[in-house]
Design a protein around this ligand. Structure first.
Ligand code: BG6
Length: 491
């Protein structure tokens, strides 16, 4: 047994993450246009396990949402009012000692409909203020260009990302924000969880399934457009912001085989390989050969323009960022096996792991495996930009929130992160999701809380929005101050 101090590399970017659509609220102020996130309805009666229903969108729901001007059933319209409260929130982040904060820019604040020629100055000014406020507290911005929202106008008039013209609109948006925030923002991410387009085509691609005869074909065409848009974002970030670094963003869905039956191993291998398809394109700069068979067997033909392969090849990302919440298990024949849910997906239950309140399997070692595997495959720096635990928090009589389960989750994951660094992984930083309670992506619940900071608001939008420091707030503050975990005994 030896006592070790888990100290992290100098300049390690400890931080937190939020996204515009889940935090800002203010969905219709200062010229903002309506986005796909603004029509995400609160799913009252959907079981926690039924992740597929959380992602469904119908023509009828869209019409209802567009006619409804209130935020009652659409919690992302109100968020946690970060739009107005960011100075107070940033002061709390500064108090925690955050080195970085991951935010996203809502496309609809800058280009309300998406296809305008000139940007909305009020939207640009808002992010100027937010970014300046970060710097005031010594916090380095990490900005996602597209996090689960796009203008509804592009959905209704162009079919979302299935239309090639959307690449041009997005690139115009990127150039505007690169020029505007050049000198203020060094770290950028292109598409949040780009792989999620295949799991929730509406949220990530603006694809309304009812409107397409062959949804799968539409999804992979839209994905190709996002790959191109992502590569062009890399190109223009490098041209317009000297010294900038821009990464892709993957949902890391580590899958284990249910047994050592080769068929189960193959099932898990396929899932893992499919998860790497996205980074293979964005880091290696070309579609991997194993996807030829996948497309052929499904009759999918991707319409590429001349020059597309060259764009992908010449503008790979500088680093890989990813989210990691849980691991999965695959079986060649899962009939009769107990199932669990995960982040917009699910699988067979792993008997060795505990789950959170939403059935996601807690697996810190899986984070180490993910880090080592990604690094060995690509040898580019990694950045964990989402990791955390959704839980129901209780306020004690004395007003405190004793979230030891959250501390335990983070402690165990940070330990494994450190192991991966000892294994040789180059890790730039870590931003916990969400540093402050915000609206859940999948169900639009408020009571699925991730933060170190509590926000007084319930699922229906009742509450004062007052912010409170949880026990974990002080714990994370110490981690950052010590640049790692305090000494403890290891075997
Ligand atoms: C990630 C998303 O997939 O998971 C976030 O990038 C999301 O936007 C997070 O909030 C957690 O998922 P959920 O559904 O619990 O909010």
């Amino acid at each position: 047994m030896a006592e070790i101090t888990r100290t992290f590399p100098k300049d390690f970017l400890w931080g937190g993450a939020i996204a515009a659509n889940q935090a800002e609220g203010a969905w219709n102020v200062d010229g903002k246009g309506i986005s796909t996130a603004d029509i995400a309805i609160f799913k009252k009666n959907v079981s926690k396990q039924d992740y597929k229903k959380h992602q469904a969108i119908t023509e009828e729901q869209i019409q209802q949402a567009l006619e409804d001007e209130s935020d009652r059933d659409y919690p992302k319209r109100r968020g946690i009012d970060f739009y107005h409260r960011y100075p107070e929130d940033m002061a709390l982040f500064g108090e925690m000692g955050l080195k970085t904060l991951r935010i996203s820019i809502a496309w609809t604040r800058i280009f309300p409909k998406g296809d305008e020629l000139a940007p909305n100055e009020a939207g640009l000014l808002y992010y100027d203020n937010v970014i300046d406020e970060m710097h005031k507290h010594g916090i380095e911005p990490l900005v996602t260009l597209s996090h689960y929202e796009m203008p509804m106008h592009l959905v209704n008039e162009y079919g979302g990302w299935t239309d090639r013209r959307v690449v041009d609109f997005f690139v115009r948006f990127c150039k505007v924000v690169f020029q505007r925030y050049s000198g203020k923002v060094k770290y950028w991410l292109t598409f949040n969880e780009i792989d999620s387009l295949v799991r929730h085509p509406f949220t990530s691609g603006g694809i309304v399934p009812d409107r397409f005869d062959n949804v799968e074909q539409a999804v992979y065409q839209a994905l190709h457009h996002q790959f191109i848009a992502s590569s062009l974002a890399v190109k223009y970030a490098h041209e317009l912001i000297p010294g900038s670094q821009i990464g892709c963003m993957l949902t890391r869905l580590l899958t284990y085989p249910h047994t050592c039956d080769p068929q189960d191993v193959l099932a898990a291998y396929r899932n893992n390989q499919f998860n790497y398809f996205f980074t293979d394109v964005q880091v290696r700069g070309a579609y991997p050969r194993y996807m030829d068979r996948f497309f052929r067997e499904r009759g999918i033909v991707i319409d590429k323009l001349e020059g597309d392969d060259e764009i992908l090849r010449t503008h790979p990302v500088d680093f890989i960022s990813f989210s990691y919440y849980m691991s999965l298990v695959a079986s060649a024949n899962s009939e009769g096996l107990e199932k669990v849910s995960g982040n917009t997906t699910g699988g067979v239950k792993n008997p060795y792991l505990q789950t959170n309140d939403w059935g996601w399997q807690i697996d810190p070692v899986g984070l180490r495996l993910s880090l080592c595997d990604l690094y060995n495959r690509y040898q580019v720096p990694l950045f964990i930009v989402e990791n955390g635990i959704g839980a129901y928090d209780q306020i004690e009589e004395d007003g405190s929130i004793q979230d030891d389960y959250r501390i335990a989750y983070f402690q165990s994951h940070i330990e494994q992160m450190h192991e991966a660094i000892l294994d040789g992984v180059e890790l730039m930083g870590y931003t916990s999701w969400g540093i402050i309670d915000l609206i859940s992506y999948s169900s639009s619940e408020m009571e699925k809380r991730y933060g170190f900071i509590y926000v007084d608001q319930d699922n229906e939008g009742n509450g004062t929005l007052e912010r409170k420091r949880k026990k974990s707030f002080y714990w994370y503050k110490d981690v950052i101050a010590n640049n790692g975990l305090v000494p403890h005994i290891t075997g």
